[in-house]
Write a protein that binds this ligand. Structure first.
Ligand SMILES: Cc1cc2nc3c(=O)[nH]c(=O)nc-3n(C[C@H](O)[C@H](O)[C@H](O)COP(=O)(O)OP(=O)(O)OC[C@H]3O[C@@H](n4cnc5c(N)ncnc54)[C@H](O)[C@@H]3O)c2cc1C
Length: 227
């Protein structure tokens, strides 16, 4: 049998994330939870027989039902399907959970975690702050968005008391990009933290290089890039 067999899940519920994203809860018959940071694959079967497969990080905590948070990419095959077309009750083909590297589990949660997300890269970090709550662990979120309306999960972050540094890069509320000084002051708040970075390539590379400049051991930094 394939290591990650395909199966059908049902869109249980969904809500908009700003005007370009959507959060989907998918019920899967054999779901027993996942590690924060893992992803699922979704497969679309087209009428001409071709298939599109894309990965989506789980934005759910380890004991939650499977949830993903998708940003619409203009002209994108899968993201426009998931954000604009799929309806609650629809079936989607899914495999997973998958991934063993970008993981925040109970063992890693023994150390404080600094979660650094750019845009939709906050998706797996949500799974991590939800996991941290289960484990009674410390996390801090550093979250970079273009404009305030692009900031996902703000109600939850406030309600759950997630410690956050929010940076807004454009428009009248701009506070700038995440920079070396931001990282330096966040690092100083914690004893021996680990780092989890997720977002666009350029964002992840910049943060990663800056952490090296700040003498953070590469082994203490987990990264996930998606375009
Ligand atoms: C491990 C992993 C986890 C991921 N988790 C998430 C997640 O939680 N949420 C999420 O929204 N996405 C996530 N992605 C990205 C996702 O898999 C798709 O790549 C994305 O949704 C675009 O797919 P699409 O079929 O809509 O676009 P495509 O049809 O593949 O691409 C259409 C056009 O858009 C460009 N493009 C593709 N992706 C991007 C992008 N991200 N930004 C700008 N332009 C792009 C392509 O170059 C192409 O020109 C993840 C990717 C990986 C590898």
């Amino acid at each position: 049998m394939a290591r990650f067999p395909w199966g059908y899940g049902t869109i249980e519920s969904s809500f908009d994330l700003g005007d370009t994203g959507r959060h989907l809860e998918i019920s899967l018959p054999e779901w027993t939870g996942a590690k924060a940071g893992q992803h699922i694959d979704i497969r679309l079967n087209h009428e001409d027989g071709s298939k599109t497969v894309r990965s989506y990080s789980l934005s759910s905590g380890p004991t939650d039902a499977a949830q993903i948070s998708v940003e619409r990419v203009e002209g994108g095959v899968m993201s426009t399907f998931l954000v604009d077309q799929v309806k609650d009750g629809d079936k989607v083909e899914v495999r997973g959970p998958i991934g063993s590297k970008f993981i925040y589990d109970e063992e890693k949660a023994q150390r404080p975690a600094i979660l650094i997300g750019g845009g939709s890269g906050v998706a797996p970090l949500r799974g991590m702050w939800r996991a941290a709550k289960n484990y009674g662990s410390t996390v801090k979120l550093v979250y970079s968005v273009r404009t305030p309306d692009k900031a996902w999960f703000m109600d939850e972050i406030e309600a759950e008391g997630v410690d956050m540094l929010l940076k807004i890069t454009r428009g009248e509320h701009a506070t700038g990009r995440v920079n070396k000084e931001d990282l330096e002051s966040v690092i100083a708040e914690f004893d021996n933290p680990r780092f989890y970075i997720c977002g666009p390539n350029a964002f992840v590379d910049f943060i990663d290089e800056t952490l090296v400049e700040l003498n953070i051991e590469p082994g203490d930094v987990e990264k996930e890039k998606w375009g």
